[in-house]
Design a protein around this ligand. Structure first.
Ligand SMILES: [Zn+2]
Ligand SMILES: [Zn+2]
Length: 555
């Protein structure tokens, strides 16, 4: 029997996000990327969306390795849940570039998952993994250390591009490894699984290093304070903001936990250089005149509890925005986040800020290559088969058209979907039998079933009941002024009744104290915080997931 290479996407096809693909040969498995997706507005009460990885549950012991292409959430965000469910000790090794591994480790630490076998793999180094040999190829993207993954097998080489653009003038001076890609092409690439994100944009994406001068131009026109918001992981963008600030004699304050965390990791790995004395701690912001400051903030996607969203709600402990401040969005909203971003922008205008978005000035460059870059990739690696990845059906279709345009036979192009495996052997390539795939919802602490939200809500109510907390806080201090009221209906854990109720009240107090300490005052934000804390507490204590409804009253 001749060997068959099976490529089974569990996520990332027909959607944007939760990228995860199973490569299978001779009964052995290599998984490329373990990503998540953020919920859309209609998934109320859902925190995160993971790919349904039921397929791997019965096959854990066949997994030789997991490879992560880069540090973005849609590629590594589901790791904590997937590792916990599969048993992290049963996964022999997880490979990635240095920054990718550092970000994965910090994420796993937050989830208290220690001794996971994470291993840095340098671009160009190869590792055996059963019948596969894994090699990372350096690429450029909106985060350093992004790689394509070459899986060498007896049938030939499969190349997963990961997210990429062909930036000829990247900020760190390290373009994609064109030479190695061309070599893979000359050796004869079996199949290309390529990023389709910007297949609908003609031409070539602008270089990341072109953003800096535009930021400087915008900054030069500002007289008040400047707040720049971008993805915390876009370390080269942060570098360019720092450089633009430096050239205009402004200091920089980093605001938002993930911003400070990522800049620290980036600094340790030498991806970002910040001159001595250039940054100031957020609490000193008010000590500097407005025209001497640039604040770099999280919240470019309007995320709940993010620094910028709190500023827009006039609810940030360190930054009080006012008339004359300018907020620069150095990012575009990920599909699904538009509403939250627009709401944030409108609140900023209400405060009196000026707002600059990529529509007003070229203060952002996409991390994904446009159509001509996808064609360049196809020409460099000259694949026998093409399977577009990382895009909704439209972009996968357009990527397929680009492949045809550069001369790939239509029969050799496979427009896939989640759960549908492509099987390649010596005779050719064809679709295999469909496997289970779909979505898993994460609500606070636990994984839910793939079901629609209303159904999930009803199931939660029927199984675990409802849990309402009414907290009364002082408008002045944010402190709790009377004992929180706890109302439980249909929660099946009241055998040791009063003790549990007491603990829940304590948990509410702890949560409110945390909010007061972090100076979270805005009711909506406070309710989000209470919801998350209490859901986590109840789950930890009782292994139950009642529906948690916090109500905050100000007096
Ligand atoms: Zn991605
Ligand atoms: Zn990415």
């Amino acid at each position: 029997m001749s060997a068959t290479l099976r490529i089974l996407p569990l996520g990332g096809l027909g959607e944007i996000g939760k990228n995860m693909t199973v490569f299978e040969l001779e009964g052995r498995i290599v998984v490329v990327d373990v990503g998540l997706r953020f919920p859309t507005a209609d998934m109320l009460g859902i925190d995160l969306v993971l790919p349904d990885f039921a397929y791997l549950r019965e096959r854990v012991d066949d997994i030789e390795a997991i490879v992560i292409t880069h540090g973005h959430e849609d590629h590594l965000g589901a790791l904590p849940w997937v590792l916990r469910e599969l048993g992290h000790k049963r996964i022999p090794v997880i490979y990635g570039g240095a920054l990718t591994v550092a970000m994965a480790r910090s994420k796993l630490d937050e989830h208290k998952l220690r001794d996971v076998k994470l291993q840095e793999l340098g671009a160009g180094d190869a590792r055996k993994a059963g019948p596969f040999e894994i090699e990372l190829v350096h690429m450029t993207h909106s985060i350093p250390d992004a790689s394509a993954v070459a899986l060498h097998t007896s049938l030939g080489t499969a190349l997963v591009t990961g997210d990429y653009k062909f930036d000829q003038t990247p900020v760190d001076g390290q373009p994609a490894d064109f030479g190695r890609l061309a070599e893979l092409g000359r050796e004869g690439l079996l199949v290309l699984c390529g990023d389709s994100t910007n297949a609908d944009r003609p031409g070539t994406s602008p270089s990341e290093s072109g953003v800096g001068p535009h930021l400087e131009e915008v900054f030069a026109r500002c007289e008040g304070r400047i707040v720049v918001t971008s993805f915390a992981s876009n370390i080269h963008r942060v570098q360019q903001v720092v450089d633009a600030a430096a050239s205009l004699g402004r200091k920089v304050a980093l605001v938002g936990r993930s911003m400070r965390k990522n800049v620290n990791i980036g600094r340790q790995l030498g991806h970002i250089q910040i001159p001595e004395g250039m940054t100031i701690p957020p609490r000193e912001i008010d000590d500097f005149p407005d025209h001497k400051l640039v604040i770099i903030s999280t919240g470019s996607q309007g995320e709940p509890l993010s620094a910028l969203r709190r500023m827009a709600h006039r609810d940030h402990p360190a930054v009080e925005l006012h008339d004359g401040d300018t907020v620069v969005f150095s990012a575009t909203p990920i599909p699904g986040n538009e509403r939250a971003v627009n709401e944030t922008i409108d609140r900023l205008y209400h405060i009196g800020c000026d707002v600059i978005t990529p529509r007003d000035a070229p203060v952002h460059a996409s991390g994904h290559g446009y159509a001509d870059e996808l064609k360049l990739m196809l020409n460099l690696v000259a694949p026998r088969y093409v399977m577009p990845f990382h895009g909704d059906h439209k972009r996968i279709h357009l990527h397929a058209q680009l492949a045809e345009a550069v001369g790939v036979e239509p029969e050799a192009i496979f427009k896939g979907e989640n759960g549908l495996p492509l099987e390649i052997d010596e005779r050719g390539a064809r679709w295999g039998k469909r496997e289970q795939s779909g979505m898993i919802f994460v609500d606070g602490v636990d994984i839910g079933d793939p079901a629609d939200v209303a159904l999930r809500d009803r199931r939660m109510l029927s199984a675990d009941g409802i849990f309402i907390v009414v907290a009364t806080i002082s408008e002045q201090t944010g402190q709790s002024v009377v004992d929180p009221e706890v109302i439980l209906r249909g929660v099946p854990f009241l055998d040791d009744g009063d003790a549990v109720l007491g603990e829940i009240r304590d948990a509410v107090d702890t949560s409110l104290a945390r909010a007061a300490k972090e100076e979270i005052r805005e009711i909506g934000l406070l309710q989000e915080l209470l919801h998350d804390d209490l859901a986590a507490f109840v789950y930890d204590r009782l292994r139950r997931r009642p529906m948690v409804l916090p109500v905050v009253v100000e007096v």
